[in-house]
Write a protein of this length. Structure first.
Length: 507
């Protein structure tokens, strides 16, 4: 392990241990954060990355060990104390209040006041506009967060941290839901901030990002620090081996064959624009999926990919029309209940708000969409629910201390597996996956890719929306490209390339 000059450490975790019921999340962790550098932290989901960041940011106060800030021991009793010590954090899971405006979210709890002690909204809107301009985000500060897409909400989270004028900014998967253009803006901003003396702690599963932006990389595995490197002294293969403790086989397993027989067909999928009359978010899209096929859907942010899946699943009945056929039979889908009965499952992009009930336990979340099968004499059988949930926990390798653990206490990757389990429990024939590996480490991604391969091998058809071109190319049998709500191109596996797909995706 090569350590750079240790005389300029701004934040130092020394032998930190954090325990939850049945789980040791951090086990004697020591982690040095170098001033005015990008200190990358990487590890599988559940390795302890977010737990350590929550200690730094004052979310968790009950831990063993010592935290030093500028050489002085600190123990934050709240997030406010951490912020007052110039530590800001951008969470992977969005932490915004949706009925408040962008400006109100950014300045929540520290609103500027007039001399009469009223909130100075003009100053708040003005300062918000200045921050958004730094991030190249052209939005009205008065706009409610509820009207923003996930990528825009992520940028608002970044703006919130920047508004604190923090000396240390923690970024937990900050690019998981933003466009390539926004990523470029963010990276330029990070370089500007470190040049001004700001320290960045950067958590990401994207290897290309780590090697592009970081100065140091520290690897966590199973709650322990495995190694720490200067970025220029390490290779991607070595980082992966350190993360998982073993070499990885091919990332995209493929053992299935496509039947060639049409299983699922969409005709004239239309979704009206929510505010512009005569404009469509999804504009007369047609496609089909064969039995045992993975159909990849790619498009830039705002292309209409997510909205198209939502329309097929019956989430916009008053603003959309679509003809859905399953094995040649036309379906009447008026709402999500009808879609589920027809054999369609939908894993949404935002697992925290739309995929799970965070304060419910693992068992209840898995059974939520398939309660009928657990009925016994008109009542829900807890025993049957435990049996069903237990089988999916085993099958999907969900890391949880028990069936009764709250989903909120699981890592992001294991939360994603719980959502997959919930929909697999409905025995779908068609599975719609919207960004199924967003914010998931490379080994967990491989497990999900293997599961997709296994499911289509059994005859299921799967439609996958993804913003990651290597993922779309790796798992898809066929790819369609969406731009401005329209289907722009279609490629089979053999002819698809990143260049062809991107050319079609740019309006």
């Amino acid at each position: 392990m090569k350590e750079s000059d240790t005389g300029d450490i701004i934040l130092d975790a020394n032998r930190v241990t954090k325990k939850f019921p049945g789980v040791i999340a951090l086990d004697n962790v020591s982690f040095k954060v170098h001033r005015a550098k990008v200190n990358a932290l990487i590890g599988e989901n559940g390795a302890g990355k977010s737990t350590l960041m929550k200690i730094f940011s004052g979310v968790y106060q009950d831990y063993e060990g010592q935290i030093l800030l500028e050489g002085e021991e600190v123990k934050f009793a709240s997030t406010r104390e951490s912020q007052s010590s110039s530590i800001g954090i951008i969470y992977q899971e969005l932490n915004l209040i949706h009925n408040l405006s962008i400006a109100e979210n950014i300045f929540l709890g520290r609103e500027p006041l007039t001399t009469l002690k009223f909130i100075d909204y003009n100053k708040m809107y003005r300062e918000t506009s200045d921050i958004l301009k730094q991030l190249n985000l052209d939005l009205d500060p008065r706009q409610p967060v509820s009207g923003l897409r996930v990528g825009q909400q992520q940028i608002v989270e970044i703006a919130k941290a920047l508004s604190l004028k923090s000396k240390i900014v923690i970024m937990d998967e900050p690019t998981s839901a933003i466009s390539d253009e926004e990523i470029t803006t963010l990276f330029n901003l990070i370089k500007l901030l470190t040049g001004q003396g700001v320290t960045i702690i950067y958590i990401s599963h994207k290897m290309d990002e780590l090697f592009q932006i970081s100065d140091r990389i520290t690897v966590l595995r199973d709650g322990r620090v495995v190694d720490s490197f200067e970025t220029g002294d390490v290779t991607e293969d070595l980082i992966i081996r350190k993360m998982v403790g073993r070499p990885l086989n091919e990332l995209y397993p493929r053992s299935h064959t496509v039947s060639g027989e049409e299983m699922f067909k969409i005709e004239n999928c239309i979704l009206e624009h929510p505010t512009i009359e005569g404009k469509y978010t999804v504009d007369h899209v047609n496609f089909k999926v064969s039995g045992g096929e993975v159909l990849g859907i790619f498009g830039l942010m705002g292309a209409g990919r997510t909205e198209m899946l939502e329309t097929i699943f019956g989430l916009h009945p008053n603003m959309s029309t679509v003809d859905v056929f399953l094995e040649g039979e036309k379906l009447n889908i008026a709402n999500p209940t009808g879609a589920i009965k027809a054999g369609i499952g939908f894993v949404p992009e935002d697992r925290k708000l739309r995929g799970l009930i965070m304060m419910m336990n693992v068992k209840d979340n898995i059974n939520l969409a398939s309660l009928k099968r657990s009925e016994k004499m008109g009542l829900i059988s807890d025993k049957l629910e435990e049996e069903y949930a237990g089988s999916y926990i085993k099958k999907l390798k969900i890391k949880t201390p028990s069936l009764h653990q709250k989903v909120a206490n699981l890592s992001g990757g294991n939360q994603q597996k719980v959502i997959l389990a919930k929909w697999l429990a409905t025995n779908p024939r068609i599975l719609l996956l919207d960004e199924p590996t967003r914010g998931i480490d490379i080994n967990a991604k491989r497990e999900i890719y293997a599961l997709i391969d296994e499911l289509v091998k059994s005859g299921m058809s799967i439609i996958v929306v993804s913003s990651e071109l290597p993922e779309i190319l790796g798992i898809s049998d066929r790819i369609i490209v969406i731009a401005e709500g329209k289907k722009k191109a279609e490629f089979n596996r053999e002819e698809a390339t990143e260049e062809k797909i991107m050319k079609a995706a740019i309006p």
